[in-house]
Design a protein around this ligand. Structure first.
Ligand code: UDP
Ligand code: MG
Length: 311
């Protein structure tokens, strides 16, 4: 390595991939093309998150032609958050870019993001969607509901934020050091409070394959994200209990008054409605508490968030 190369900051690109065999080569080629033109020292880390469609084999082929590409294969599908975390742990760059492997995040933005880091000293560069990509009706509703809840409960506005980010080494180190194993990347990076700059892009349709996020997976991640940032839902259970208690006193007094004045309520409608209402409030409340207990349970086990099969 020449002294000039040693002085050039190293940039790492971390790309989680789950069943992306169809399009992964094109992604690598496009990212590599951009980086080769601009940077002397770089690494492209593909984290295969337990794909079963031969994604790793495609990456291994690409490594033969370009040794700057690296592959980390997880033993099974641990989810995108864990894959990102694994990639960040293994990255060595002075700055690290995280992006998706379906070309919805245009690699052409990387030089602009790098410029903000190098020349302006910005520690975090967010690539923000100008518009949302086309997605099905239910997913759109679920995503908007998630953004709304996140904003209401945690005062963090994540609307149109993505996992396409450039991070300074200091931010990456802080992220890796976080002891929790259920990490929500998009929420934790703004939580650190480092200086941030935004760049904007219009997401394209997926280059190939289909989204690895089922509605269930998406909901699970949304609940995890909200619960790891806010204890308001759990505290709201108490408030809900107090409101229903107040309502039951009013209704109870009314029923008693009717009884004493000889106008006892006929039929069971009120009883049934009340039972249903109280029953459902109790169940929702227990569910919310259960969610937090589940998170505590997972954290106390101190299991690693992912297992690497091959590097
Ligand atoms: N991904 C992953 N593990 C998963 C699901 C997704 O590593 O369990 C990766 C996927 O390969 C892609 C990125 O996360 O690079 C974003 O996933 P996707 O495109 O399916 O999400 P969407 O763009 O629909 O939000
Ligand atoms: Mg995508």
């Amino acid at each position: 390595m020449t002294s000039e190369q040693q002085q050039t900051p190293l940039i790492s690109i971390v790309i989680p991939a789950y069943n992306e065999a169809e399009g992964i080569v094109e992604v690598i080629e496009r990212v590599n093309f951009i980086l080769k033109k601009k940077f002397q020292t770089y690494e492209i880390i593909i984290v295969d998150d337990g794909s079963c469609d031969g994604t790793s084999e495609k990456v291994e082929e690409a490594i033969k032609a370009e040794p700057k590409i690296k592959l980390i294969r997880l033993t099974r599908n641990f989810g995108k958050e864990a894959a990102l975390n694994a990639g960040l742990c293994y990255s060595t760059g002075d700055t690290v870019v995280t992006m998706d492997s379906d070309l919805q995040h245009p690699p052409e933005l990387i030089p602009q993001m790098y410029y903000l880091w190098e020349k302006k000293g910005v520690k975090v560069v967010n690539a923000v969607k100008k518009i949302r990509q086309q997605e099905n009706f239910f997913k759109r509703i679920a995503v908007n509901f998630f953004y709304f809840m996140m904003k209401m409960l945690t005062e963090t506005d994540l609307t149109n934020q993505t996992d396409f980010k450039l991070l300074d080494r200091a931010v990456v180190e802080k992220y890796i050091e976080l002891p929790e194993n259920q990490k929500f990347f998009r929420g934790l990076i703004p939580w650190f409070g480092f200086p941030v700059e935004n760049v904007y892009f219009a997401p394209k349709q997926r280059s190939s394959g289909s989204s690895g996020w089922s509605l269930i997976k998406l909901s699970r991640m949304g609940i995890m994200a909200i619960c790891s940032f806010s204890s308001v839902p759990m505290q709201a259970v108490t408030l809900l209990g107090m409101i229903t208690f107040a309502a039951s006193i009013v209704m109870g007094a009314q029923a008693l008054f009717m009884k004493l004045t000889g106008h006892a309520v006929e039929g069971f409608t009120t009883v049934i409605l009340l039972l249903l209402f109280v029953g459902s409030v109790i169940m929702i409340s227990l569910g919310i508490i259960g969610q937090y207990i589940a998170m505590i349970y997972h954290e106390t086990k101190k299991r690693p968030g992912y297992i690497v099969d091959k590097k």
